[in-house]
Design a protein around this ligand. Structure first.
Ligand SMILES: *[C@@H]1O[C@H](CO)[C@@H](O)[C@H](O)[C@H]1NC(C)=O
Ligand SMILES: *[C@@H]1O[C@H](CO)[C@@H](O)[C@H](O)[C@H]1NC(C)=O
Length: 231
């Protein structure tokens, strides 16, 4: 969906003449590697909404350099008959997590991110309801039936579709394996760089939009610089 780095679109001759040697190395990369950016969240958590709102301003500045994902914090619970999962803010939160995971699986980043922003806009106590899910699908221009999202999350919008519930369980296992326990945790290139839990915590390199952009830019240079050096 997203074009490769602008630099890779430049004719090589142009790059060779005008770019510094370091930039040339990056530009010649056949395929640039995107920086994985992950937010550890719970869909109804105020801290998650805060992080997502902040990243809504980060993403446009680094959109072609990142691969963003949401990873969910909840507890596997075989006694829960609906999801097999317990979510801190109730079963509606589990449903919201499922809806978001299904949108992320079946639509491009811009689309599912808009879906999440729309859910947040409706207020956290409505996230996970089928009403808001179906409304936000229309807002984000998701064809609920045709795209695969509806089949994944439940065609009625309930967030209880079996594929989506499985995605939620997989996501919970992932966050557990990465030691992500707090919503919201910002992870850039596999490194936990910042937490918002009532207040900002352990954000060594800052927590403003610019700070996250800078950290992503640095990780991007590192990822793509190293990959060329080893060729
Ligand atoms: C983003 O990462 C996921 C897996 O984490 C992968 O399936 C997908 O292809 C990646 N997308 C891009 C554009 O790199
Ligand atoms: C597991 O689910 C059951 C039934 O919903 C609930 O009573 C119990 O508190 C849950 N356990 C945990 C650890 O969340």
């Amino acid at each position: 969906m997203f074009v490769k780095g602008i630099a890779s679109l430049l004719p090589l001759s142009l790059v060779a003449v005008y770019a510094s040697p370091v930039a040339v190395q990056h530009s010649w990369s056949a395929s640039t590697r995107r920086v994985p950016v992950m937010l550890g969240v719970m869909s109804r958590c105020p801290d998650a909404l805060l992080c997502e709102t902040l990243f809504d301003n980060v993403i446009p500045r680094v959109a072609d350099k990142i691969n963003i994902s949401l990873a969910y914090i909840a507890t596997l619970n075989a006694s829960d008959t609906e999801f097999g999962v317990s979510c801190m803010h109730g079963s509606e939160e589990c449903a919201g997590n499922v809806q978001q995971l299904c949108a992320a699986k079946y639509t491009p980043m811009r689309t599912w991110w808009e879906f999440v922003m729309c859910q947040n806009y409706h207020g956290r106590n409505h996230i996970g309801t089928s009403d808001v899910a179906l409304k936000c699908a229309r807002t984000a221009r998701i064809d609920w039936e045709g795209s695969g999202v509806g089949q994944c999350a439940g065609s009625d919008g309930s967030g209880t579709g079996s594929e989506g519930v499985q995605l939620l369980k997989d996501s919970i296992r992932l966050t557990e394996s990465l030691g992500i326990t707090t919503s919201c945790t910002v992870v850039i290139n596999s490194e936990k760089v910042c937490i918002h839990d009532g207040t900002w915590k352990r954000c060594e390199n800052g927590h403003e939009v610019k700070d996250f952009v800078d950290q992503i830019e640095a990780a991007y240079q590192k990822l793509n610089g190293q990959s060329i050096g080893s060729n």
